[in-house]
Design a protein around this ligand. Sequence first.
Ligand code: PEP
Ligand code: MG
Length: 757
Amino acid sequence: MVERQRTILLSLRQITEEVRAQVSFENKISLLVERIRATTGADCCSLYLTDALGQYLRLAATDGLSQAAVGKATLKLGEGLVGYVGLKQELLDLADAPSHPNFKYLPEVGEDEYCSFLGVPVVNLGKLSGVLVVQSRERLRFGELEESFMVTLAAQVASIIANYRAESSENAVKRYRGEHGSGGIAIAKAVVWQAGVSLDDLQILYSDDPQLQQELFHQCIFQLQTEMDRAALEMEEKQKKQAAFGYMSGYGRLLDDTSFQDEVDNEIVRRNLTAPSAIKVVVQQRLEQVNREDEQDKYFDLRDFAQVLVSRLLNTEQLHQTHQDSPIVLVSRSFPAAIVAQLSKERIAGFVAVDSGVSSHTAVLARDLGIPSVIGVQLDLNTVDGHDIIVNGQTAEVLVDPSPSVALEYGQLESQSREQADLYSKERFEKGVTLDGSRIFIELNAGLSHDAVAELPQQTDGIGLYRTEIAFMLSEGFPLEQTQYEWYVKLLRQYSKLPVTMRTLDVGGDKDLSYLPIREQNPALGWRGVRITLDQPQILKTQLHAMLRAHAECGNLQVMVPMVSRLEEAQAVRQIFDECFEELQQSLDRELAKPKFGLMLEVPSVVYLLEELAGLCDFFSIGSNDLISYLLAVDRNNPKVTRFYDPFHPAVVRCLGYLNRKSRELGREIVVCGEMAGSPLGALLLLSLGYERLSMNYSEMGRVRYLVRRVSLPELREVGERAVQGGSCEQIRSLYLTYAHSQGLDRIIELAEQSAK
Ligand code: PEP
Ligand code: MG
């Protein structure tokens, strides 16, 4: 045994050195499998590698199986023993492989004669890159020594594969990670928008005809105004009034700003400047007054606007005329609202922005309307124009010049998602009723998207979360009560037969208002949500007055409060809410039905305060995005730790199970409005734990409804009982994967998981 151990150790070193000495990757892996087979005394050794999306394992080298199967024999992750090792990322040592339930016979590889099987996952930085396998005719487990030999070699192989992938042209896709992403996948040509002339580079020039310069300037303003009006009208016709308002607000307000026009006129006359030079002078003075860090939206709007004007005046504006008829991915430093307004909206497949002002108007709109977008991507604008680009809003990744095989895989994913969407669309007016007849309420999370498609009210059981902060973000300053009333009454009327849950202003954290800049070391734990509105009660009172006035007309309002972490906060907001309601009844001199009042469960402290909180509210709503982040101490926008953000973490599952059980005991309704409610596997988990109300983005409603209508609640409840006992994310997740498989729902789950990879 000791002798054998020594031989194996020696071989390990030799194999590693010999393999590294090979130049080509193919030679490296061929030599590797040959040497491993010889050292272990096995009859066969093979290496399977993952494909670009990590969904399949393909035979890459073998000593013992058919050479004709190399590059062809493919197993899906989870399929066969190799797929099983890959999926579980666990070693499997079997004396009698064909008797294992996961065994799959692949006639083309010629493994009929082999009986024993030892497979180890090849993992690099937590990500599967392949599976290494030895097989023998003899019915005998390989044993500990071979296992540890294979595990050690697999670690070496992982780094060889990683190096190869980094270098190989097949994978020399330029991959960029952004700070924030939203929406699904877009694949198209990149069109870069940059102002033709940079303000900084513009030379100050003088003219002896100020009248002509003024005329040119006003003509340019007029022309832009007309274009914007036309674009706004087009959008209104498509029932996207709110969206139109969003696209226009930044530039529209500058175009209508007569003081800006007066200042430019003044500079032209007073200093004999040309129109572009006068614009530069005025805008630079204005930019100096704006704090670039704190007022990003305002800063970029002003700078982009000036560059559009100057470029037009110099006739060098280079809005690209290429690819005019096919969809494009618009890439720019920040999102230029005026340029977006000039393009046909149907043609914008995705957005990519270099600057990271996530609350800028178009970014908010893209997120809400479900346009794939990635923000805060460090890519060089000079190198991507006209190149193929893939935007994955789910992973906040951008791929430039993907190799044909990568493009093909993403393309398939995109078209499969579209096909799936068509399938869901057939049932869009059906109710969420499970196979056993239980009613599941599918509600909408909205900011602007409640306007996005016609007949949306007929497709939902209500608005489970209306994010009022989106409309606040699109305003120049805190909106007046009357303005807010108009927003709210419109929404309540639009969804008149349904409950509409409006959330009081939830800013701070990653949601900033340009007119309420908050700079903090640790914003997630800082001044946000109800903490702000209680410190500035006037904001809260104005908002509640506006909401309640709208309710007095329509009667379908529900109010809820975000980020509650202390009983005192809940008491204080409840008191203000009651007072506002009383004031309204007195001023109208009539009794009104009181809107339901809810509290969001997003901070772990409230899990232990449910009894007291129940005395203060009518319902609870779980903000699972924040709750999971805080429970697991994970910022899911931080690429180093996103993989630890997991709704299937045993602590999350138990917490969610408890929240549902307890709130029912307390006689309070409970909704989940975080993103897990809209993900197929997340929805299954919630249903299994007893949740009956799920609220999600409109792009996710179809697939959740489709899923709900194909599951049995009693069966799922059994799965839920096992899940709360589970000890690991993987173990719990696999319970739901198995259930989904039993109902023929694998495809939905797969597609959702793939695009999130
Ligand atoms: C949540 O935290 O799950 C939630 C719905 O709120 P937010 O708007 O912060 O995503
Ligand atoms: Mg939240």
